[in-house]
Ligand binder design. Structure first.
Ligand SMILES: Nc1ncnc2c1ncn2[C@@H]1O[C@H](COP(=O)(O)OP(=O)(O)OP(=O)(O)O)[C@@H](O)[C@H]1O
Length: 865
């Protein structure tokens, strides 16, 4: 036996231990490949016994014993290691068996994979075959598409034929329309109708022939269409067959795909098994690793075993590599399988798409066919309609013939009626011409009347004198009556009995010692009775004027009971004369509170409107009535205030610049017309516009209060209305000017008690009023120089105060005792004015160029155009 050991000669004690160690190491070296080791412990025991038997060695027994014990221990350890090695070897054998089994499995798997490859190859072959089939189907499809295209072309040709046919039909329709038109033309006369009917019949005959020819063409076309329909049906059958084949192929592809799916499943199962073997291999690897760990502890003693184990390991790694290669192969295979599968799916999808496209083509061709069918139907309908229309036309022709005969009758009747009407019109014309002559005569009479009226009016004016004075006594105001009662003055004002204009009347008072008394003797004269001598002397100590009675004569006296209407009635002719081209000036003169503004503008209540609004209404209505006689009037107005000899524009927007503006008065040298530079002159075409203008001017009037009254009473307000008229018929032109002036209060300086600014105001007022008196007196005296320039007021009214103009002055009287002295002054001033004779009024007409008044291109156009 190779594992038997020969120890030779016995060793010395000193070297025995090392020898033993060496022997023990050598024993390790004699481990055979199969793992068989000879036991050495019994030999140590024998050696130990022999040593005990030998007395010479007795002294050295104890260390030997120790050695032997250790040797025994070593031997035990060795045997233990031997056992471990054996078990490891067994395990290794076991793992080798497992590996072998795995190898077998692998070979089986390889075989299985080979089978799978074969299957795959078969599937590939099948796919290839399917592809070739698909190709052939595609070819068939191409042919089919070609056929469809050809069919489409044919259908298009057919459509074109149909279109041409439709064109022909429309031509036919047009022809029919033309015929209709011609038939309508024949309505003019029966002869032409009969002629055209004859033509129509011929045309109809021709068109019937044409229609028959067209019908033959249509029938031929219909036969062609039927033939095409049959071909289309055949093609659709072949398409249907192709479709069935396609479906079958789809089914086969589906089966192949199922088989492929099964193969994949099997492959997956094999992969799962490989995975299990891998797991087992991994487990055995772990166990081997454990053994390696143990062996590593004994690596010095178990080199041989390690070597063998290394060899095993190498083998294992080889196996692993093989296994990995196998796995890789499997993976590549599965990838290939996937790729093939995706390719397959793609080709299936492509095929499906192609099939759906083919199906769509089929649908389209079907639709086109339906369209063609419907076109044929519509064409048939159209031809039927044309037939119907033709019949209707024939019927209409008959109806028209009937209608024409009826119309002829109607025309005859109408001609008779027309002749009758013409006769009537002739008669009417004659009567109209007679009436026109009458109207012309009447118009002429009217014109003559108007001329006479104007002549008479002017004659009256001249007789009355061109400056006239009206006196107006206002009634006592409520507050005045109250204050008189409070002062225990028994006023008999309420019992005033003022006679009418014709009868003598008196304004009496029960207490004659305090109250003035107005006694209106006639419509043109008034007596003023002074208050008591005592009270009069008290207030006017230095005055020698203590007469108890004064008589005054004016053109007209208006008592307290006189209404605004009565007053205006008296002046309306004067106002109206402005429309006839006269310059008219109406003043209101009197002390503050005497009723000037009431007379000129009016009171606060309705129905109390004064001269200005009433004049405007009169002018508007007169202009309207003259419109019938071809007169057209154009009105413009300005409104200004003269305060402290300064002009203020009452129609201007009261901005600072305008307020502080110094307006200059200019005279147009050619016409003699006065105008204020920069003054607002507004067009007026309605009474409403005038009302608006008056409201604006009132709002603009200064309102600084004085002890006597408001500032408005301390300024002169001048309203000017520029009138230009033209007769459209005769071409006559007239320009008139109406000045309506509310003068400032005429009270004397001491009575107003003014000082400072108020004193200056009063001085200015007195100056301007005396300037007015001077101008009137100069005019009356026919002086060479008329002092117009002494005040702004007279300067402004220069063109309206003079020989050519008409002037009226209201002298307004307050009935209170306090105002007696002022009343007297006012009456005296008015008396003076009334005694003046300032010439004959003259109408201003544009044709009257010699007068040169208001005819220049500058001032006149500014004011009147
Ligand atoms: N005829 C009249 N009938 C009724 N009331 C009148 C009449 N005349 C004037 N009055 C009233 O007398 C008052 C003073 O009149 P008004 O303001 O017209 O005087 P005036 O002379 O214009 O004064 P001023 O110079 O301050 O403008 C007003 O309340 C007015 O209504």
């Amino acid at each position: 036996m190779p594992n038997s050991v020969s120890y030779g000669r016995p060793m010395t004690t000193t070297t025995s231990h090392r020898s033993l160690k060496t022997s023990s190491f050598s024993a390790n070296n004699i481990v055979e490949k199969k793992g068989c080791v000879k036991p050495v412990a019994p030999r140590a025991a024998a050696f130990y016994k022999a040593a005990q038997r030998n007395p010479s060695t007795k002294a050295g027994t104890e260390p030997l014993q120790d050695l032997l014990t250790r040797l025994d221990e070593q031997e035990k350890r060795l045997s233990h290691l031997e056992d471990t090695r054996k078990s490891a070897l067994d395990k290794s054998i076991l793992s080798q068996d497992q590996l072998r089994k795995e190898e077998q499995n692998k070979t089986k798997l390889t075989e299985y994979l080979n089978k799978l490859f074969e299957k795959k190859r078969a599937i590939e072959a099948n796919i290839e075959a399917t592809r070739t089939r698909i190709e052939s189907i595609k070819d068939e499809e191409r042919i089919l598409v070609q056929t469809i295209r050809e069919t489409t072309v044919e259908v298009q040709c057919l459509k074109a034929t149909l279109d041409s046919q439709q064109c022909k039909t429309s031509l036919f329709e047009r022809e029919s329309l033309e015929q209709k038109q011609r038939m309508e033309d024949t309505k003019g006369s029966i002869e032409s109708l009969l002629l055209s009917l004859e033509q129509e019949r011929q045309t109809r005959h021709q068109s019937e022939n044409a229609r028959n020819r067209k019908m033959n063409i249509i029938e031929r076309l219909q036969a062609d269409l039927k033939q095409l329909q049959r071909e289309l049906e055949e093609q659709s059958d072949s398409i249907e067959r192709n479709k069935n084949e396609n479906e079958k192929l789809c089914q086969q592809i589906k089966d192949y795909a199922n088989k492929l799916r099964e193969g994949e499943q099997q492959l997956e199962a094999a992969q799962a098994k490989i995975q299990m073997s891998n797991n087992q291999l991994e487990a055995s690897r772990q166990k081997t690793a454990c053994i390696e760990e143990e062996l590593r502890n004994l690596k010095m003693e178990k080199d041989a075993l390690s070597k063998q184990y290394e060899e095993l390991k190498e083998e294992e790694s080889c196996m692993k590599a093989k296994l990995n290669e196998l796995l890789r192969n499997i993976e590549s295979l599965s990838e290939e399988m996937h790729r093939l599968k995706s390719q397959e799916e793609k080709s299936i999808n492509d095929y499906k798409k192609e099939a759906s496209r083919l199906y769509e083509c089929l649908q389209n061709s079907m639709r086109e066919r339906e369209q063609l069918d419907s076109n044929i139907n519509s064409f048939q309908e159209v031809s039927n309609e044309t037939k119907q229309q033709w019949e209707e036309l024939q019927k209409q022709v008959e109806d028209l013939q009937l209608l024409i005969s009826q119309k002829e009758k109607q025309v005859e009747d109408e001609v008779n009626q027309k002749n009758n009407l013409l006769q009537q019109i002739e008669q009417a014309k004659e009567s109209i011409s007679l009436q026109q002559v009458e109207i012309a005569e009447l118009d002429e009479q009217c014109r003559q009347d108007e001329i006479t009226r104007r002549y008479l009016h002017n004659l009256v004016q001249e007789l009355k004198g061109n400056i006239r004075v009206f006196c107006r006594i206002r009634p006592n105001l409520a507050k005045e009556i109250e204050s008189m009662l409070a002062d225990n003055i028994t006023s008999e004002v309420n019992r005033l009995s003022i006679s009418s204009a014709s009868s003598v009347s008196s304004v009496t008072s029960s207490n004659m010692t305090t109250e003035p008394q107005f006694r209106i003797v006639s419509s043109s004269s008034v007596e003023v009775v002074a208050p008591s001598q005592r009270s009069f002397m008290e207030t006017n100590k230095n005055s020698k004027q203590h007469l108890s009675k004064w008589s005054f004569s004016f053109d007209r006296i208006f008592g307290p009971e006189s209404t605004q209407e009565e007053v205006f009635e008296e002046i309306s002719q004067l106002v109206q004369s402005a429309l006839d081209g006269y310059r008219v000036c109406i003043f209101a003169y009197g002390q503050t509170g005497s009723g000037k503004t009431y007379t000129m503008l009016g009171g606060e209540n309705e129905g109390e409107s004064g001269v200005i609004p009433k004049s405007m209404r009169k002018i508007f209505s007169a202009a309207e009535s003259r419109h019938e006689h071809n007169w057209e009037f154009h009105l413009k107005a300005s409104f200004l205030e003269i305060y402290n000899e300064t002009i203020r524009d009452l129609l201007a927007d009261q901005t600072t610049s305008i307020k502080e503006r110094n307006y200059d008065i200019k005279i147009d040298r050619l016409t003699g017309a006065t105008y204020v530079v920069g003054l607002t002159v507004e067009d007026i075409s309605t009474p409403q516009q005038l009302e608006k203008l008056l409201r604006k001017s009132m709002a603009n009037r200064a309102t600084a209060a004085t002890r006597c009254n408001e500032r408005s009473s301390r300024s002169h307000s001048v309203f000017r209305l520029y009138i230009s008229g033209r007769n459209k018929e005769t071409g006559q032109e007239r320009v008139g000017l109406l000045n309506l002036i509310d003068l400032a209060g005429s009270e004397r300086l001491n009575s107003s008690g003014s000082t400072g600014d108020r004193l200056r105001e009063t001085q200015h007022i007195n100056k301007s009023l005396s300037a007015l008196g001077d101008v009137i007196s100069s005019l009356s005296n026919k002086e060479k120089y008329i002092p117009y320039r002494n005040s702004k007021l007279t300067y402004l009214l220069q063109d309206s105060l003079g020989g050519d103009s008409k002037t009226l002055m209201f002298v307004n009287i307050s009935p209170t005792a306090d105002s007696f002295q002022e009343t007297l002054c006012s009456l005296r001033f008015a008396q003076k004015v009334n005694s003046c004779q300032i010439g004959t009024a003259r109408r201003v007409a544009k044709v009257d160029l010699c007068a040169g008044y208001l005819n220049d291109a500058t001032a006149t156009s500014r004011l009147y155009s």
